[in-house]
Design a protein around this ligand. Structure first.
Ligand SMILES: [Zn+2]
Ligand SMILES: [Zn+2]
Length: 135
């Protein structure tokens, strides 16, 4: 291998290497790859904390149905239905996060997907809350 090819296969930060990240295809040396994974780990922790806050809201809602007696049956049914569906979708994400966290197989794409998913679920709950407060 000539010098030019060598350098394209080296860590951008210290020119040692190469270890290729399967997620972003970035090239790192062993040391900087570990650092790169640690950064992803920090992002994952942030996603998990967002996830827990959302789960908390859903659980609070489930235990707090009495407060919603003021709505008519159809509204209540619709609202519960959305909460249940959101809960169901979140459970799926929870399992995925848990499994990939344990096996450390999460990649950039997973983090992006989870954070989008959680944001979407959060938005649908937010909408519902705003609508309820307007009534
Ligand atoms: Zn990467
Ligand atoms: Zn390096």
């Amino acid at each position: 291998m000539d010098k030019k090819n060598m350098s394209t296969l080296s860590c951008k930060l210290c020119l040692h290497g190469p270890t290729i990240c399967n997620g972003c295809k970035g090239i790192y040396c062993e040391e900087h790859y570990i650092e790169h994974r640690q950064n992803l780990g920090t992002k994952l922790e942030r996603i998990i904390s967002d996830h827990d806050i959302l789960l908390d809201r859903l659980t609070t809602h489930a235990n707090d149905n009495d407060r919603h007696r003021i709505y008519n049956d159809i509204d209540e049914w619709k609202q519960n239905n959305i909460f249940n569906k959101t809960h169901e979708k979140l459970k799926h994400t929870t399992n995925d996060i848990r499994e990939k966290k344990t096996t450390k197989t999460y990649l950039e794409q997973d983090l992006e997907q989870w954070s989008n998913q959680i944001q979407k679920l959060k938005d649908s709950i937010e909408l519902l809350t705003i609508k309820s407060n307007d009534d």
